[in-house]
Ligand binder design. Structure first.
Ligand SMILES: CC(C)(COP(=O)(O)OP(=O)(O)OC[C@H]1O[C@@H](n2cnc3c(N)ncnc32)[C@H](O)[C@@H]1OP(=O)(O)O)[C@@H](O)C(=O)NCCC(=O)NCCS
Length: 166
């Protein structure tokens, strides 16, 4: 739940917004929304949402408040606000954990699946197509994750690992 002040200031400065859920007066869960290029630390890739798109990231619930629907509320709340603002698509990445079902319930469809391994200073990445009947969605996902202007390649790649505070 802790985010360093300088990291938080930098997020706000580049236009990210933080949505929070409260229990009484206390912030117990949050999620961030970006409309510009953002770093995905779990993949070591950048995502650049297109016009009228955005990316939900860094969602967390305080351990004492988990399994009470706060993550679900944050994701749904961001989606409602995004729709109000005229955004037509949201991107989100989930890890393979039970709470990810809240994301599917909110209407998100899987586009790509990733496997990452860090070893000896190298980041290995495997990208697969998700089982979706919508090839346009897969291509759109590969385009927002493009590297040097080229849609993210399906398959395996490696690069030197980097740690970014973001
Ligand atoms: C992932 C995380 C944000 C979930 O927060 P949360 O507020 O506990 O999630 P919710 O209570 O909204 O749970 C959503 C659904 O997942 C279920 N769920 C949550 N944790 C679960 C668990 N450990 N095992 C089984 N189901 C679980 C909930 O029961 C709920 O389903 P339901 O409404 O059908 O009952 C929280 O565990 C966390 O902060 N983890 C560390 C950060 C992290 O991994 N973030 C990545 C998010 S993809």
């Amino acid at each position: 739940m802790q985010i360093d002040r300088d990291v938080l200031d930098a997020r706000i400065a580049r236009g990210c917004r933080c949505f929070v859920a409260r229990s009484d007066d206390e912030v117990v869960a949050f999620g961030w929304l970006a409309t510009r290029t953002e770093w995905i630390g779990e993949l070591e890739l950048e995502i650049t949402p297109r016009d009228s798109e955005a990316y939900i990231w860094n969602c967390a619930t305080h351990p004492a408040y988990r399994r009470q629907g706060f993550f679900r509320a944050v994701v749904n709340g961001i989606a409602i606000q995004a729709r109000r603002e005229g955004l037509t698509r949201l991107w989100i990445g989930t890890i393979d954990i039970p709470p990810a079902k809240a994301v599917a319930d909110a209407g998100f469809a899987p586009a790509l699946r990733f496997t990452t391994v860090w070893h000896a200073g190298i980041r290995w990445l495997r990208v697969r197509r998700a089982e979706t009947p919508d090839p346009d969605l897969q291509l759109a996902a590969r385009e927002v994750l493009a590297i040097r202007g080229r849609p993210l390649r399906i398959g395996t790649s490696m690069k030197r690992a980097v740690l970014r505070r973001h």
